[in-house]
Design a protein around this ligand. Structure first.
Ligand code: ATP
Ligand code: MG
Length: 212
């Protein structure tokens, strides 16, 4: 399909789903899928973080493990892609830098980015690097997540609110933290994450230590 220029013509709408994905689970996947169809996105690019400075308090699985699990989880969805942009960067990952870099992958003016993020994360957006620059680079898609109240969005600065879409998605009370804890406790994680991700976790003896 030919790309059209920025003069009022159709742009590609690219979803960007950032995360630690340690491991990726159905909460992440349903967020990407809903955003894709509800907002008419061309594709959703999953971007596993490189060095997750914001989770410095705990050990994070290697970027390669997290990338491979993301690959296994997204492989069967023709709208999903993965990027190594943050993994291959030597400095800590920041959303604003990633979006700036991704802009250069496409002809100028030919794309619109939609950064997909859970309510928990977006409510914390003022702690991100250069938060007020983010709405200059993308629309922010705040997807619902159990336990987080969308009313909190009203307290965000206007620049952010004007560029934010609140998207109700099927609520899945799944977190990577819970998955790691369940593996560590010998509990089942079936139906919380894709089967291939589950097998990858066991095959690589991930999360078996106590203290996740
Ligand atoms: P952890 O427990 O390690 O923080 P997590 O489950 O929150 O893991 P992240 O990798 O931190 O997963 O999340 C990546 C993105 O996906 C964030 O924007 C987060 O808000 C969103 N997200 C994660 N789980 C869900 C879920 N169950 N429903 C909706 N959004 C989610
Ligand atoms: Mg999280």
């Amino acid at each position: 399909m030919p790309l059209r220029s920025s003069e009022g013509l159709r742009k590609r709408k690219i979803g960007v789903m950032g995360g630690t994905f340690d491991p990726i689970h159905f909460g992440h996947l349903v967020a990407g899928e809903e955003a894709c169809f509800s907002l008419g996105l061309t594709e959703v690019v999953f971007v596993p973080t490189g060095d997750p400075f914001h989770k410095a308090g705990r050990t994070i699985s290697s970027a390669e493990h997290r990338y491979t699990m993301t690959m296994l989880a997204t492989l069967d969805n023709p709208h999903f892609r993965i990027s190594r942009v943050e993994i291959d960067r030597e400095t800590p990952s920041h959303t604003v830098d990633t979006l700036r870099e991704m802009r250069h992958w496409y002809p100028p003016g030919s794309v619109e980015f939609y950064f997909i993020t859970g309510l928990d994360a977006v409510l914390d957006i003022m702690a991100w690097k250069e938060p007020l620059e983010i709405p200059e680079l993308c629309r922010i898609v705040a997807v619902s997540r159990p336990g987080f109240n969308p009313k909190g969005l009203d307290d965000l600065p206007e620049t952010i609110r004007e560029n934010l879409v609140h998207l109700e998605i099927p609520l899945l009370a799944i977190s990577s933290t819970e998955i790691r804890q369940r593996v560590s406790n010998g509990q089942s994680i079936r139906y919380l994450a894709p089967w291939l991700v589950e097998q990858y976790i066991y095959k690589n003896a991930m999360y078996f230590r106590n203290g996740w």
